[in-house]
Design a protein around this ligand. Structure first.
Ligand code: SAM
Length: 613
């Protein structure tokens, strides 16, 4: 068997063992990471370790798929790293050279570029906090009544959130019942996926039943709009310091009637959604415009806050809009959900699922004033952690297929391009972008997309263009670290063809272990655990190494892993190692994750071992 080592010159393997030798941890917390939700991002602290190891202070770092700008934040962190980051470098054996680095970021998306610009160049955190508090106080003093509610004893209080419910149509007898009444139980919390009709006792899977819809005039777009019928399931509130919850009552309906007469603020976007890959005829039925993602109450509350924020100009106005948008799509819309967790008496409220625009049958209406008050503190903290650095981060809202930088002007690249068709970023960001007044032109978006007519070949062509620019702007000897993730061999091969055609080849391959999987990683059974991370250099590829048949390699890797920690022996981690092996040898990835898991379960699961022996 050919030794399972990456193709490399051997000169620098020990230097970078800490970064590429074992699964490299990347946590998903901290004020910078949580300041703004953006799909698939990596913690800035993890990226800072790569920058500090691969470059010297004063270097210029580039990211051509910058998203929310984490590579810029990482460059800023290098200037004056917090003690935990220094300790982490020591613990992982990373030879970090701390000091300022500048960064140049290219991001096609309007939202990503906006977030990256604010977060990397924040205003004075104290000025921001004062302005945000005044926006919140002003809007709340006029509109607190939107969330007024009585506790179960009739004492005054305010809503924390309301769980709403779709109305189901029994396909046997035609009677109507809410999801809440037919499928939810509390103490312990449970959401059944099976519906039992209270009228005719017929049983059906909830997903197979029609939802009741209604037609109503939509004054915002001057038409009659269809929407799913929704009723309140349960009201959760607070009076003084006591939390409570109860069934909806007459006072809640009276309040809704008052809200129905309250004007919608003029700043609310009247934006027709250009639906693409994410449209689902079930849960998106009737959602033709951005405002259909909101309850009327939250649309008014959020609109009034937006009006006050946009009255501020310059960097402060931008930072205030950043704060509001950090909460908007994920928490202020009906994409917010409840889940039933084992051992919990009540349902757990959570944010929108990242990357999908999913609306559940039990959508949640959160009190945006309370949520934004909490968010304000964490954003002020994020701003404080990078404000006042001498290093500069330049953010360009542009396609990285054509980069305005001179040849050989960049020392190092850290990037994570879109993972094939995993997430259509422009479509996901459209909701927040509509509040900014412009949405992304997806023409150059490097993704696989049915609705955009982009297949794997187009995707490969776009990546080749972007990597060719990387190759051109890198100084001689400059390196590029690439994080990628896919369960499809075709996508891996497109990536590999792209960087190879651009004159880059793999020097090291490792795994970046994001500590809790992103939604698609943890819920797709074909998911790959850990994101492979590659160090590329400008050099002609060594494409003809003979490493033997794919399954022999799989077998050898499996045996190698038996000497390692149990976490290295899971099928998902082994598949990541297999992918790395082929990439490191500049060879096509011949096996999809699904086929690998099938092979693994047939040959190496405990059951198969028992049969064999
Ligand atoms: C995986 S995300 C990057 C996430 C990022 N690391 C962060 O910190 O949020 C990939 C990004 O590439 C962007 N993108 C896609 N095609 C692009 C292009 N041609 N030029 C620049 N950016 C592009 C997408 O909009 C998306 O934000």
């Amino acid at each position: 068997m050919t030794p399972l080592q990456p193709a490399q010159d051997g000169s620098s393997s020990s230097v970078f063992d800490g970064l590429y030798g074992t699964a490299f941890p990347a946590t998903r917390n901290g004020p910078l990471y949580t300041a703004f939700p953006y799909p698939t991002k990596i913690s800035p602290e993890a990226i800072a370790l790569y920058i500090a190891a691969h470059t010297k202070p004063g270097a210029t770092v580039f990211d051509g798929f910058a998203g929310s700008g984490t590579t810029g934040l990482a460059a800023l962190l290098c200037e004056d790293p917090p003690p935990q980051l220094r300790q982490e470098a020591t613990r992982l054996g990373v030879r970090a050279r701390w000091g300022p680095r500048n960064a140049v970021l290219y991001e096609l998306g309007i939202l990503g570029a906006f977030v990256a610009r604010i977060l990397n160049n924040p205003p004075d955190p104290t000025r921001f906090r004062e302005a945000a508090e005044s926006v919140l106080r002003g809007a709340e003093s006029e509109y607190r009544w939107l969330y007024a509610a009585q506790d179960p004893l009739g004492r005054p209080g305010c809503i924390r959130h309301v769980v709403w419910s779709d109305v189901l149509l029994c396909s046997t007898c035609g009677s109507q019942t809410t999801v809440w009444d037919s499928c939810v139980s509390l103490g312990p919390a449970r959401i059944d996926s099976q519906f039992r009709c209270p009228v005719c006792c017929a049983e059906h899977p909830v997903g197979a039943l029609d939802r009741v819809v209604e037609q109503a005039p939509d004054p915002l777009v001057d038409c009659v709009a269809e929407s799913r019928c929704r009723t309140m399931g349960r009201v959760y509130g607070i009076s003084g310091k006591s939390f409570w919850s109860r069934d909806p009552n007459e006072s809640d309906l009276t309040l809704l009637a008052r809200i129905a007469h309250e004007k919608i603020p003029a700043c609310v976007p009247r934006f027709a959604i250009p639906w693409g890959d994410l449209y689902r005829s079930g849960y998106h039925r009737g959602i033709s415009h951005v405002h259909h993602f909101y309850t009327r109450r939250n649309l008014i509350a959020f609109g009034r806050l937006w009006e006050r924020a946009t009255a501020h100009e310059g960097d402060l106005g931008d930072a205030l809009r950043f704060w509001l948008l950090s909460y908007n799509a994920s928490h202020a819309t009906i994409m917010t959900r409840v889940v039933a967790k084992s051992g919990q008496k009540d349902l757990v409220v959570t944010s929108a699922q990242p990357g999908v625009l999913y609306v559940s049958g039990l959508p949640v209406e959160k009190n945006v004033f309370r949520g934004l008050a909490r968010k304000l503190s964490s954003i002020a903290k994020a701003f404080r952690s990078v404000h006042g650095r001498t290093a500069r981060v330049y953010v360009h809202q542009k396609s990285s297929l054509a980069v305005d930088l001179p040849d050989q002007s960049v020392d190092y690249v850290f990037t994570d391009p879109p993972f094939g068709g995993n997430i259509p970023y422009s479509e996901v960001s459209m909701l927040n972008e509509s509040w900014l007044g412009h949405v992304t032109d997806p023409t150059d978006e490097a993704i696989v997309s049915r609705s955009q007519g982009k297949g794997v070949d187009t995707y490969r062509r776009f990546l080749t263009g972007a990597f060719t620019e990387v190759s051109r702007i890198l100084r001689p000897g400059g390196k590029a670290t690439l994080v990628f993730h896919s369960a499809s061999a075709k996508i891996w091969n497109a990536l590999q063809a792209a960087y190879t055609d651009a004159g880059l080849s793999v020097e090291h391959a490792g795994v970046l272990d994001k500590k809790q999987g992103s939604f698609k990683q943890v819920t797709t059974n074909r998911a790959v655990r850990g994101d492979p991370i590659l160090l590329l250099r400008k050099q002609s590829p060594n494409s003809n190494r003979n490493v033997g048949a794919a399954w022999e390699v799989a077998e050898a890797l499996h045996h190698e892993a038996l000497k390692l920690d149990a976490s290295e022996q899971t099928p998902a981690r082994l598949y990541s190692r297999l992918v790395n092996h082929f990439l490191a040898n500049n060879q096509e990835v011949p096996i999809d994750a699904e086929d690998y898991y099938r092979w693994h379960s047939a040959h190496h699961s405990p059951e198969s071992t028992r049969v064999d022996t």
